[in-house]
Design a binder for this molecule. Structure first.
Ligand code: GDP
Length: 443
């Protein structure tokens, strides 16, 4: 999850509000102070924080909640609205209007540019577009091989020549090459040698003049926090067709600072990088982002994830039904953990269900790759009956399974505990909301 720490701190502030018996001026001031502290710890610029929290405080003290809405709910809504405004309000996806659409990417060394290009290519490929990548990084021959390694297994072609020294020539040739091949989207990678904005923007202008891209995308490292302001501003001033990807928002303590600094320049953030894997790229939508950050749940995001899963056909409708109703045996659990692992942690999905927020028991949903492998080995030593009706597994069966799989009885117990916890968790989920999701999928 992006900005987990900030999300937890904001969520705690709202929980404190939910728990308080009265909502008076002192309570509101305390919530506002907690929000300030959370944002400043995430490296958000102090002036921006003060502006934002002043607005929250003013609105919560002056506005009256509409009929049927409690004061607390009203405050939560104001916090949500102001934080959303703070990050730019609207989602603006990259438009693919013409064929081919040419995108040029630029970024400072180490920003995550190469990885982001591969992720972008994957993102568009999944949506049915034919994508070609052009590597015009003449500075770092390794860049060409790095890109190839990332996308060739997916069947995405990379045009480049590590021996060529003329970046402009390479970019032009690459675009022509993919035009002839009938690509829908051509993504051009520029040199990654820049350590500061000036030379980066100079190169961007030169390549832009040569290939006339539809959009130029600046990749910014989210771990630099509010320092992202200068980069984003210089970029925005240099090109009217620029947009931004902020990377490394998973685990970064300063991600809130980076996002708010970029938004403050008025430059558009179109995607965020949330991990090292090729699928760890999310279209940036401030509304969805903030509702997830606050732990308010995001039903739309959940549905999209499920839809994507369905497209990949890793989850049959039958599985989905079992998942939603909490009726599943060990085999189902394994299949689901495996599918979830492919599309990102289960926790991330469950976080999107309204009302679940941060209240999830970590251990019920966090299963690493190693553990999953061990589960498989253990399950291979179980009988069909045991897999389908895990409740019959008693101590002597545990001993036999452990011996048969070369694991310990503790390992077998861990698998059974995982199963019990998941089952219990699904059972305790809000049935009404789950059945709404189920209906959406015609279950
Ligand atoms: P470049 O020099 O700008 O092309 O950067 P790279 O694409 O080679 O990325 C530099 C490092 O950042 C690599 O180790 C990437 O795996 C890592 N990275 C890129 N994007 C993300 C992200 O969103 N999250 C995390 N955790 N790591 C990332």
């Amino acid at each position: 999850m992006a900005l987990e720490k900030l999300g937890k701190a904001l969520n705690n502030a709202l929980r404190k509000l939910a728990r308080s018996s009265t909502v008076d001026e002192a309570t509101i001031k305390e919530v506002v102070r907690d929000i300030q502290r959370a944002l400043i710890q995430s490296d958000v610029n102090v002036r921006l924080v003060l502006d934002l929290t002043k607005r929250i405080e003013k609105r919560t003290l002056e506005e009256k909640p509409p009929a049927g809405v409690s004061k607390k709910e009203h405050i939560i809504k104001i916090v949500y609205e102001e934080l959303t405004r703070f990050l730019g309000t609207e989602a603006k996806p990259i438009e693919i209007k013409e064929k081919p659409t040419v995108l040029l990417t630029v970024g400072i060394q180490g920003s995550g540019k190469t990885t982001s290009i591969a992720k972008l290519a994957r993102y568009f490929q999944k949506r049915g577009y034919k994508v070609g990548l052009v590597c015009s990084d003449t500075w770092r021959p390794g860049a060409y091989y790095q890109l190839k390694q990332l996308v060739e297994p997916l069947g995405i072609e990379v045009f480049g020549d590590p021996d060529e020294k003329d970046a402009i020539k390479l970019a032009k040739e690459g675009v022509e090459y993919f035009k002839e091949k009938g690509a829908d989207i051509i993504i051009v990678d520029s040199a990654g040698r820049h350590k500061e904005e000036k030379s980066l923007i100079e190169e961007m202008k030169q390549i832009s003049n040569a290939i006339k891209p539809h959009e130029v995308i600046l990749v910014i490292d989210g771990t630099i926090g509010q320092q992202a302001y200068n980069q984003a501003l210089a970029f925005k001033e240099a090109t009217p067709i620029g947009s931004i990807i902020v990377t490394k928002l998973d685990g970064s303590a300063k991600g809130g600072g980076a996002l708010s600094a970029v938004a403050a320049t008025g430059a558009l953030i179109k995607f965020i990088g949330v991990g090292e894997r090729i699928d760890d790229l999310e279209p940036f939508d401030p509304k969805r982002f903030v509702s997830r950050l606050l732990g308010l749940g995001d039903i739309q995001g959940l549905l999209e994830k499920f839809e994507e899963l369905q497209k990949q056909q890793e989850f049959s409708e039958e599985d989905m039904e079992k998942f939603l109703k909490g009726k599943f045996n060990l085999k189902d659990m394994y299949a689901q953990l495996e599918a979830m692992q492919k599309m990102g942690p289960l926790k991330q999905i469950l976080q999107m269900i309204p009302g679940m927020g941060y209240s999830l028991p970590e251990e019920a949903v966090r299963v690493g790759e190693e553990k999953l492998k061990k589960f498989k080995v253990i399950m291979d030593s179980m009988t069909e009956e045991e897999l389908e009706h895990p409740e019959i597994i008693n101590y002597s069966r545990i001993k036999r399974i452990a011996r048969g799989s070369g694991t310990s009885t503790q390992d077998v117990r861990e698998l059974l505990n995982q199963y019990k916890q998941m089952k219990k968790m699904f059972k305790s989920m809000d049935k009404r909301k789950l059945s709404k999701i189920a209906r959406k999928f015609n279950l």
